[in-house]
Design a binder for this molecule. Structure first.
Ligand code: AGP
Length: 600
């Protein structure tokens, strides 16, 4: 999984170097093991190196660059071969006739590599991608023109790919996609391509989402999309209504903090036009008349799986049978789904390979598939029967924050519509959540808690009911950006083993809201750890007496269990953020991780 960008400027177009570096900075969330560009201007000029984009920028011979109007770029998350200069993209053929960037995995690359090696090709990298420029060069040497050589080479590939290529000798970028995202951009004085819209939103909001199997040719004067048969395809141009500012940090030190602070706006956007306070009705016209007639199965990974757990409980409480699977563990041979089933993939990016595989399996047995996603035009959005957009806006930080809140909210809407159980009270509670989150953002003492406990041996999180997925999410956020051991537990499970782990150096975060049965039981669990000298941080609305047993309190406004879990999670996001900040971690780009995991 990687990010790719391409640009072809017209006569008065921008400098390709500037466009590519700009775009790559917006795509680094897709991977940052290495970065590279190829500028085409009477020859191909490749610059690439291991490390983040900043390393490439410092290595560029700026005095010799500038003025080029055509180029491609890449930011890498390693799959085949470790991060290294040689494994960085773009890759070229031996004569540097063509340079290629690629996102995805070429499954038959070993066979192709063996064949090319037998034919005398000397490979420079360990990557699967490098077979592509060599194949293209092979067909050029056989006499095919640029486009025919590109198409013929691509036809030899099996796997997932978004590929862009520039040639020595022609002012064009050629591109294709299959099961990896690729978006085209159209501006007055140039054409763009990118793995995602933020790559070029600064230059244009006019986009075309390329479909699987479609090719694109970008030249200074035209953008042509063709099908597998080579015929031109009429495509529709869509207008993106994101503010380019949305893709910047807007004065925050990190995207993560910006995105945490965007949650009130994100949720208002999620609710826009969908809630009717007078009647309590919730309208999700995107789902049409879809009503499950049996089990609803959620598939998702990471944070999205935690949201899927919330969705499962919401449906179960409303009398609709539901189950959630980690997408990587979902196996349609073991889980009975058929053409009567509804399978919901929860995925922020809409590109996660594990989730896509599960959704494709569900499609193959004729189940009705639904994507709950943030990214318009993503693979999940395109390959499922129905799509529910969470409308959180672009999320750049690898750690998912605002999209989790929006997923929880969107799934609350979905569960209400699926179960036909409307309530004015719920609509009012949902409407109140953005302001409640704002009050938490304005008053939180999470930073002090982080300062007190940073450097602890481990962090534990407990909760029951809707607060259990939030406990898991709190721990995921903490480990992801602080690199410290953190674990979330169903509060009742603590006594069945994990209690052996707690010590004076392992603060425990307990999410307790309301004063009902679940709160009482969680307080009993809190007492069990408190009695062992473990520091307790209570995330609470003050309705129960949990504060009596807590060393610190992180306050949330009183609300129902499901909506208070959305708000309580914000306190845990802030604790993780400020703890990572204490350590000086690479918060937006934690080590070894990438935003969008497009490999299984
Ligand atoms: C969470 O902070 C991570 N970024 C990760 O767990 C993520 O939620 C997971 O990879 C699933 O991604 P998706 O929602 O884009 O499918």
């Amino acid at each position: 999984m990687c990010g790719i960008i391409g640009y072809v400027g017209a006569e008065h177009g921008d400098d390709a170097l500037e466009v590519l570096l700009d775009g790559l900075s917006q795509l680094e969330y897709r991977g940052y093991d290495s970065a590279g560009i190829a500028l085409a201007d009477g020859g191909i000029n490749v610059h690439k190196c291991q490390g983040e984009l900043s390393a490439l920028k410092s290595a560029l011979p700026m005095e010799r660059l500038g003025g080029e109007k055509i180029g491609i770029g890449h930011t890498r998350w390693s799959t085949h071969g470790p991060p290294s200069d040689a494994n960085s993209h773009p890759h070229t053929d031996m004569d540097e006739q063509v340079a290629v960037v690629h996102n995805g995995i070429i499954e038959n690359y070993q066979q192709l590599r063996d064949d090319l090696t037998d034919a005398g090709v000397e490979f420079q990298s360990d990557t699967d991608t490098e077979v592509v420029p060599h194949l293209i060069a092979h067909y050029r040497d056989e006499g095919l023109d640029y486009e025919a050589a590109f198409r013929t080479a691509i036809n030899r590939l099996e796997g997932s790919y978004a590929i862009a290529a520039v040639f020595d000798g022609i002012e064009a970028v050629y591109a294709v996609r299959n099961e990896s995202p690729l978006v085209l951009g159209i501006a007055d004085d140039g054409y763009f391509l990118g793995s995602d819209v933020p790559a070029f939103i600064k230059y244009t909001d006019q986009v075309i989402y390329l479909e699987d199997g479609q090719f694109a040719r970008l030249t200074p004067t035209e953008l042509v999309v063709t099908g597998e048969n080579g015929r031109t395809i009429e495509t529709s141009i869509e207008t993106i209504n994101w503010d380019p500012e949305d893709a910047g940090k807007s004065g925050y030190d990190h995207y993560m903090l910006k995105e945490i602070n965007e949650q009130p706006t994100a949720l208002r956007e999620c609710f826009r036009g969908r809630l009717d306070e007078l009647t309590g009705r919730i309208e999700l016209s995107e789902l049409g008349a879809l009503k499950p007639d049996g089990m609803v199965t959620f598939v998702a990974c990471g944070t999205s799986y935690h949201a899927a757990m919330v969705g499962t409980r919401l449906l179960q409480e409303r009398g609709v049978p539901a189950q959630a699977f980690l997408a990587s563990e979902f196996d349609s041979d073991a889980v009975p789904i058929d053409s009567e089933s509804v399978v919901v993939g929860v995925t922020q990016s809409g590109e996660t390979a594990d989730t896509m595989r599960a959704l494709r399996e569900a499609n193959s047995v004729g189940a009705t598939t639904v994507a709950v996603t943030n990214v318009v035009g993503s693979s999940a959005a395109r390959e499922t029967d129905e799509v529910l957009y969470i409308r959180a806006g672009p999320e750049i930080s690898v750690a998912a924050t605002k999209t989790f809140a929006s997923q929880q909210a969107a799934l609350t809407l979905l569960a209400t519509v699926f179960s036909d159980q409307y309530s004015r009270k719920l609509v009012q509670e949902l409407r109140a959540v953005p302001d409640q989150i704002q009050s938490v953002l304005d008053t939180s003492s999470a930073r002090e808690v982080a300062e007190t406990y940073h450097g602890s041996d481990a962090y534990f999180f407990i909760g029951r009911g809707y607060h259990y997925p939030v406990a898991l999410e709190g721990a995921l956020k903490m480990k992801e950006i602080t690199y410290t051991h953190a674990e979330g537990f169903a509060a009742g499970e603590l006594k069945h083993g994990p209690l052996a782990l707690v010590s004076e150096d392992t603060p425990i975060f307990a999410i307790v809201t309301g004063d009902g049965r679940l709160a009482e039981k969680t307080i009993s669990n809190v007492k069990e750890v408190e009695a062992r000298g473990t520091p307790v941080v209570a995330v609470t609305d003050g309705e129960s007496n949990v504060e009596r047993y807590a060393d610190h309190v992180l306050k949330v406004p009183a609300s129902s269990a499901v909506t208070s879990s959305i708000v309580a999670n914000v306190q845990l996001q802030l604790v993780a953020y400020w703890t990572a900040n204490e350590f000086g971690r690479s918060i937006d780009k934690p080590r070894n991780l990438a935003k969008s995991v497009t490999v299984e």
